[in-house]
Ligand binder design. Structure first.
Ligand code: SF4
Length: 383
């Protein structure tokens, strides 16, 4: 039996503009870069987008900086209680929003304790750096925190965390929730390219190429980046040319996945489209997924059982799976009802479960923090 078309290839659309991180994703697999915004899928699958704790922390971190009122950031040098309250409220707001979007209550309170405190600590170090910069710079200064800049032709965009401008002097700063002493050379090269792209966009907008650039990591550690205007032009051009290529490939291949998809360990590991992706199925799963990223598409076999330790246990007759290859039935456990309120106990229904924790040889997997499980009535696909 064939897995139904959960993803509509004719509904794939090209992009009007591209950012540096989209470019990185596209380079790995075009469809992965287009998913979910430019790909039409069964309406129940919008919520297969999942967030790990690190990703959630990154979203909150940037949201806090983006929306922080000036009076809070200005006063952050002295009494930090307003700042802390603001950060906690923002953490709650983002958790709630993502919880509503995904229908997963577990996101509420996900950053309680250690993770939330880490975010606030990083925000404080970012503000300390901002304040020091502020003190060092006097006179008529303009600041552009978290502002999106577009190239004049509208094809390339980027949002530096902070731009400081005084006359014809511009400095660009970007904050990373990483320990800069532990990043790989590939990561560093991406960060440098990203800063060079921002510098191009600033030149395009202000007519002035920035003089200084800095990346700030965890604990406020700084990395100065030497800017080179020619590099900036090259990065911009690379993205622009790549955008055209992607759109041409999309136009030519709207009826075929072959040239849009590049299944492999790296691109597929964290791709949100993988439970729906026909290319991955057709590749016969030579793809080695990380332990927390396995998925199964199949029919519910028998009734749910319930464990004394909590949660439902579901047997699945798999049509496609990335683990448990030796077994006709595989078992999913720790399925908490409150996390998946729309999931009913209906033997025979089609189930797609993703981001379950298993090794490839296991015949059972359990739900983890960012697992999703969705039941589909096949007659309703793409309605
Ligand atoms: S699952 Fe793999 S092949 Fe399919 S869209 Fe994602 S990265 Fe591409």
């Amino acid at each position: 039996m064939e897995v139904p078309a959960l993803l509509d290839i004719q509904g794939v659309e090209g992009l009007s503009r591209i950012s540096y991180w989209q470019y990185i994703r596209f380079n790995k697999c075009i469809l992965s870069g287009l998913y979910p915004r430019n790909v039409r899928v069964d309406r129940r699958f919008t919520s297969t987008e999942t967030y790990g704790i690190r990703q959630l922390s990154g979203i909150v971190f940037h949201k806090i900086l983006e929306e922080m009122p000036a009076e809070i950031s200005k006063n952050a040098k002295g009494d930090k209680s307003d700042l802390e309250k603001y950060c906690f409220d923002k953490i709650r707001e983002v958790e709630k929003k993502i919880s509503l979007e995904t229908g997963d209550v577990r996101y509420e309170g996900a950053l309680d304790g250690g993770e939330g405190s880490k975010i606030i600590k990083s925000i404080k170090s970012v503000l300390d750096v901002r304040i020091k910069n502020h003190q060092a710079e006097s006179g008529d200064i303009s600041r552009y925190p978290e502002k999106m800049f577009y190239s004049k032709d509208g094809t390339v965009c980027g949002k530096p965390d902070l731009v400081v401008k005084k006359g014809d002097w511009i400095k660009v700063l970007d904050y990373k929730l990483v320990d800069l002493e532990r990043i790989t050379s590939d990561q560093l090269s991406d960060y440098k390219n990203q800063i060079h792209l921002y510098s191009y966009l600033l030149k395009d907008n202000f007519g002035i190429y920035p003089k200084e650039a800095e990346i700030i990591g965890l604990s406020g550690k700084k990395l100065e980046i030497e800017l080179n205007e020619q590099n900036s032009d090259e990065v911009y051009l690379r993205l622009k040319v790549y955008l055209d290529q992607v759109n041409r490939v999309v136009e030519r291949n709207q009826h075929s996945f072959r040239n849009l998809c590049s299944p492999g360990d790296d691109p597929c590991s964290y791709c949100q489209a993988k439970p729906l992706c026909p290319a991955l199925r057709e590749s016969n799963v030579n793809v080695n997924l990380p332990k927390k990223s396995h998925f199964v598409v199949g029919y519910q076999h028998g009734q749910f059982r319930y464990s004394r330790r909590g949660g439902a246990i579901i047997s699945i007759k798999p049509m496609f799976r990335t683990f448990g290859f030796s077994s006709e039935l595989i078992t999913l456990s720790k399925i908490q009802k409150e996390r998946f309120p729309s999931l009913t106990n209906s033997p025979g229904q089609l189930i797609v479960a993703t981001n379950f924790i298993a090794n490839q040889g296991d015949v059972a997997a359990m739900a983890g923090f960012d697992s999703r499980i969705v039941a589909i009535e096949e007659s309703n696909l793409h309605e």
